[in-house]
Design a protein around this ligand. Structure first.
Ligand SMILES: [Zn+2]
Length: 720
């Protein structure tokens, strides 16, 4: 007993000792720059970069980008592409506008009416309107609708199914409420809206209405727009319900780029596409949804299903009856990615890719153009470095993606188009919502978590100190933390505790453009954002007036995000040795495996499978990671072979045949959840097999995971 604890203590001490001369000292946040021989020279370059991003210019970019509604495929969308291309060229980037032809819908006719009880009328869906918003009346504002919904008519009694999760539908079954043939009304939040449509379809619903309850992002949270930042009564959340957890991108070209010359015969027919839902779905405001919910009978809903409308919620079915009539205008439409490059000097084939989407459901001041404005100021900074004679070692590639909102389409098609070159990419850095408030957050693969922390230690915060200091304060566990109920495309929901007792960096699920890079191609990726009280997501009110009043009135957080984002690019493109930490990767996977092992015990009891092969694989990766970390720090000799080994490790985590039932997803450690959508499932093959109660598949997937982990370890060990 004593001996054992002594041995454990020794290992802990050894671990902390290895860290002591490196980057883990929690008490100090002094800048550390890993991966450079000449740290002083790099510091000088970074200082010059950090001086460039300008709040006034970020404001100018945002004002211009959001002056008109610019949904993917529209002339106004093309105009934003041209603006971004012009700024890229001014910075000295070799720039092109890349077209793809993709299958997306606009709404032609959308109507939702109450047909019972007699005498109740809904007059919906109404246009979004508040007093005094200067942007709401533009005729180009698209009617609220759900991207990727089929056309369809449905008339049926209504049932209320809370957030539309599998558990919610199970609960209805326990209550004896039939869903088959009914129209399900569900509220936004907790999971991705495509999951709501997916589960409702599985349970036999005839149609789905998704509405925004004031409890989740309306007056229950605080004052509604224009008095406060929360959703007003008429505000509607648009959004895609495509089954992106099957595969993202153009729904008719899984795994293939939708280049304009692609013959139609190479496309999957929409009726056969696993991404496209089969039942009609459309969104409503709570002003429009209230009369429906108020006229539901049946048992009172479970108390935790109660929203903030002023009556007791019942589950139905009926007597409220709805008629939905949806006519979608589906076509192959042209979209425009903007791609700018700076050729690297010594490692031109090792791309450092950074991207943000540009298209918006309406004006998109927060989502996504707060990110575009930050990206343009980051590019401005890179441009000034280039003009002063700086040259990146690696090729920098900046992408302004289109049609993200419909299903991560612009990034996915470009990624599929360049799969071969991306086999050598050093990193992909994403930003989507750069600023909806003041709270910094980040997600990333474990090998880049410490890299993100190091970056934030070099950037000043508008609150004083560094971004890292501010981040650490707001991520302390006793701090009341705000999770915007997955309204956002990426929530940076951090793990409960970090392995090092450090600021937690979240795991990458899906819901933004890093998906193709990480989960299809194995490029180490990060995603950053700064969040706050934001209730106008995907509505007409996510516009410049909202942003100036509630988002970032003086654009100092825009400046901060431009600096963090740009520094990720500059540092990764200039590093002598790639700053990855594979010891952390192995440790983190061990934690995932311990949790899965416990879950498997609960699920399978005595028959629970043996996890030792995968646990051994994770330890193998951790050990190989620790060894190569010593070599990364010494930096002796030519780093080319060392960098090649480091790059290959993430690719080695790809499963050649893909995940069971969704072969587009190749990554063994991260995928979007089939029943969560945005939130990551970690070690998805194993965890989803357990969730399905499939013992044989669990055993098989433990073997697949063990092989991937050992491959990654061997990739590192090939460097001697
Ligand atoms: Zn977005």
């Amino acid at each position: 007993m004593k001996l054992l604890s002594g041995a454990v203590l020794f290992l802990v001490l050894l671990g902390s000792n290895l860290r002591a001369f490196d980057h883990s000292n929690k008490e100090e946040s002094a800048a550390i720059i890993s991966g450079f021989r000449d740290v002083a020279a790099e510091q000088e370059i970074e200082k010059r970069f950090l001086a460039v991003p300008d709040p006034k210019l970020a404001e100018e970019h945002l004002r211009i980008l959001t002056q008109a509604p610019h949904i993917a495929g529209s002339p106004e969308d093309k105009a934003t592409a041209e603006y971004v291309a012009k700024k890229f060229r001014e910075a000295g980037l070799d720039t092109e506008i890349v077209e793809y032809k993709v299958w997306i819908n606009y709404p032609a006719e959308i109507s939702v009416e109450m047909t019972a009880p007699a005498g109740v009328e809904m007059h919906g869906p109404r246009r979004e309107h508040v007093d005094g918003d200067p942007f709401q009346d533009d005729p180009r504002v698209v009617n609220a609708y759900n991207g990727m919904s089929p056309s369809g008519d449905a008339e049926a009694e209504v049932v209320y199914a809370n957030y539309g999760s599998p558990e919610d539908f199970d609960k209805l079954q326990q209550l004896g409420v039939e869903v088959r043939g009914k129209i399900a009304i569900v509220r936004y939040g907790e999971n991705f809206r495509g999951v709501k449509a997916f589960v409702a379809q599985e349970r036999g619903a005839a149609g789905v209405i998704i509405y925004s309850d004031p409890k989740d992002d309306g007056y229950y949270r605080g004052d509604a727009y224009p008095k406060g930042p929360w959703r007003p009564a008429s505000g509607v959340q648009r959004g895609s319900i495509g089954f992106m957890f099957q595969f993202p991108g153009d729904p008719t070209t899984p795994g293939v780029a939708s280049v304009p010359s692609l013959p139609d015969s190479k496309r999957v027919s929409p009726a056969q596409s696993e991404q496209l839902p089969k039942i009609p779905a459309t969104p409503l405001s709570y002003a429009d949804a209230a009369p429906v919910l108020e006229h539901l009978g049946g048992p009172p809903s479970p108390r935790e299903w109660q929203g903030a409308l002023p009556f007791t919620y019942h589950v139905g079915p009926g007597p409220a009856k709805i008629r939905m009539h949806l006519k979608q205008d589906y076509q192959l439409r042209t979209i425009w990615d903007v791609v700018g490059k700076v050729r690297g000097t010594s490692s031109p084939d090792e791309w450092v890719v950074a991207g943000n989407h540009r298209d918006a459901w309406v004006y998109g001041a927060v989502d996504p153009n707060s990110g575009t404005a930050a990206m343009l100021e980051a590019v401005h900074g890179v441009g000034e470095l280039l003009k002063s004679g700086w040259k990146p070692k690696r090729t920098i590639v900046i992408g302004s993606w289109d049609a993200e909102e419909e299903g991560l389409i612009g990034s996915t098609e470009w990624g599929e188009d360049h799969a071969r070159e991306l086999g050598n990419a050093a990193a992909y850095f994403n930003v989507d919502v750069a600023v909806s408030g003041t709270k910094f957050g980040a997600s990333g693969v474990p090998s880049l978590k410490e890299f993100i922390r190091e970056i934030t230690k070099a950037v000043p915060s508008p609150r004083g100190g560094t971004v890292y200091d501010a981040w650490r304060k707001t991520s302390e566990p006793n701090q009341e933390s705000y999770h915007p109920q997955e309204t956002n495309t990426s929530t940076h929901r951090p793990p409960a505790a970090d392995l090092r007792g450090e600021v937690p960096v979240g795991d990458l699920g899906s819901g933004s453009d890093y998906t193709v890079f990480l989960q299809h191609l194995g490029v180490p990726s990060t995603d950053i954002g700064s969040t706050g009280d934001y209730g106008v997501y995907h509505s007409v009110f996510d516009n410049f007036a909202w942003f100036k009043k509630f988002g970032d009135p003086d654009f100092r957080y825009e400046q901060q995000m431009a600096r963090v984002y740009g520094l990720e690019i500059v540092r990764m493109a200039g590093a002598d040795v790639l700053p990855y930490d594979y010891e952390d990767y192995g440790k983190e996977v061990s934690v995932y495996l311990d949790a899965a092992k416990n879950k498997a015990k609960d699920r399978f009891g005595d028959k629970a499978p043996d996890f030792s092969a995968a646990l051994e694989g994770a330890r193998h990766l951790e050990e190989a990671g620790a060894k190569i970390l010593q070599k990364q720090r010494k930096m002796t000799g030519a780093p080319d072979r060392l960098n090649a080994a480091l790059r290959q490790a993430e690719r080695a985590l790809l499963i050649p045949e893909g995940l069971p039932n969704r072969p587009w997803y190749h990554h063994a450690i991260y995928a979007p959840g089939q029943y969560t959508g945005y939130a990551a499932v970690v070690i998805p093959g194993v965890n989803e097999a357990i969730d399905h109660g499939d013992l044989r598949r669990t055993e098989q997937q433990i073997g697949v995971l063990a092989a991937a982990l050992n491959r990654a370890a061997l990739a590192l060990e090939q460097y001697r």
